[in-house]
Design a protein around this ligand. Structure first.
Ligand SMILES: [Zn+2]
Length: 102
């Protein structure tokens, strides 16, 4: 039997028999594919892009190491599913976190 827990609150969804909600998030660069020409795809361009990335000292090392495309999958209990729908990006909790930090 596959075991599921809520990725947000840790509730055991297998034991309590609550319905499980799956959230999938995909993050990738939002450039317009129609704007890519063959020139964009050759090696010189890729080198230019990496030089630009290396020049960007504003970003943290984690930012530079971030993959271009990343997918997330979460299992949520009903309560956390409702919370997610109200605030998909967690802006409320991020704001609260900032308050507690300062
Ligand atoms: Zn939960």
């Amino acid at each position: 039997m596959v075991h599921f827990t809520c990725d947000l609150c840790g509730k055991d969804l297998t034991a309590c028999g609550d319905p499980r909600y799956v959230v999938k998030i995909e993050a990738y660069p939002g450039f317009d594919p129609t704007e890519i020409t063959e020139d964009d795809l050759d090696d010189d361009h890729m080198e230019a892009v990496s030089q630009i990335l290396q020049r960007d000292e504003g970003g943290s090392p984690e930012d530079l190491a971030a993959p271009l495309r990343k997918g997330f999958r979460f299992d949520l209990c009903p309560a956390c599913h409702v919370k997610f729908l109200k605030d998909p990006l967690g802006k409320e909790s991020l704001r609260l976190f900032d308050f507690s930090k300062n």
